[in-house]
Ligand binder design. Structure first.
Ligand code: 6GU
Length: 266
């Protein structure tokens, strides 16, 4: 998977060399390219924003640097695509796909909320581009122009406001890259975790390790019983208890999902 990031804060992404993502880069599972938006400005002050037409607070990102940056990424993407097409032709039965335009992800508090099922979809992509703007936004004509060249998805992490798209981009990269085939050692751990698509969409149960007693607190006896059935039932109870306390909305989703499955079956 190739990932391009366009930002006015390229240093933010130095952290991609750490931990799991760093390993993915070293192993060649992902190929990350960070572009400084100011490279595509030509004035002395390298201006990327301006006051909004119609008035109002804050600044809006100017369209011209975005047009240039995205055009450069598109030229690189053609190379990615040609490489891949050549490979699949060698593999036989080369299938022309209509989904070859790169995916352009635009972090915005006005986007649709990013969730785990979407992380699984994006983990299958060949080329993802992140356009990190400031929260007041990029001139809307850039998005319209980009829709003719990319598959554009404005996304949000949730109902709160960040100053720019960089932290949201890091979050999505971490969520997506760990799902890229070959990333996680034991795929079973992906099923059990919170919000898992294949699992039950309940929160994870609390976990314990040695020592058996710490600061006078005992680990739950059932976990030391060696009875796998009992352990599984206890964990299921803890999951339900924790989820109904912290995320009652997930319990409601589960109920409606079960109901609709029942409707189909009968
Ligand atoms: Cl993706 N961007 C910004 N600027 N703020 C956010 C967000 C994204 N998600 C939640 N708040």
């Amino acid at each position: 998977m190739r990932i391009d990031i366009i930002t006015i804060f390229p240093e933010f992404f130095d952290a991609l060399d750490i931990s799991l993502i760093g390993k993915a880069k070293q192993r060649g599972l992902i190929d990350v390219h960070v572009h400084d938006l100011r490279t595509y400005t030509y004035d002395r002050h390298r201006t990327v924003d301006d006051t909004p037409y119609g008035g109002g607070a804050g600044m809006v990102m100017k369209p011209e640097p975005w047009g240039e940056a995205l055009s450069e990424v598109l030229r690189d993407s053609d190379a990615v695509h040609e490489q891949d097409t050549a490979l699949s032709q060698v593999e036989a039965g080369a299938e022309p796909d209509a989904t070859c335009a790169p995916l352009l992800l635009v972090p915005s508090p006005a986007g649709t909320v990013f969730r785990q099922p979407v992380a699984h979809e994006w983990a299958e992509e060949k080329h993802i581009v992140f356009a990190c703007g400031r929260y007041e936004g990029i001139d809307e004509r850039v998005i319209e122009w980009a829709r003719e060249r990319f598959r554009v998805v404005p996304f949000s992490l949730g109902d709160y406001v960040l100053n720019g798209g960089e932290v949201a981009t890091m979050a999505v990269i971490e969520a997506v890259v760990r799902l890229v085939p070959g990333m996680v050692g034991n795929p079973e751990s992906l099923v059990e975790e919170s919000h898992s698509v294949a699992g039950d969409a309940l929160l994870e149960y609390p976990v314990y390790t040695k020592p058996a007693v710490w600061e006078g607190r005992e680990a739950p006896a059932v976990l030391l019983s060696g009875d796998h059935g009992k352990v599984a039932r206890a964990r299921r109870d803890w999951q339900l208890e924790r989820t109904s306390q912290r995320r009652p909305d997930l319990i409601e989703n589960l109920r409606t999902a079960r109901l609709s499955k029942h409707d189909v079956a009968t």
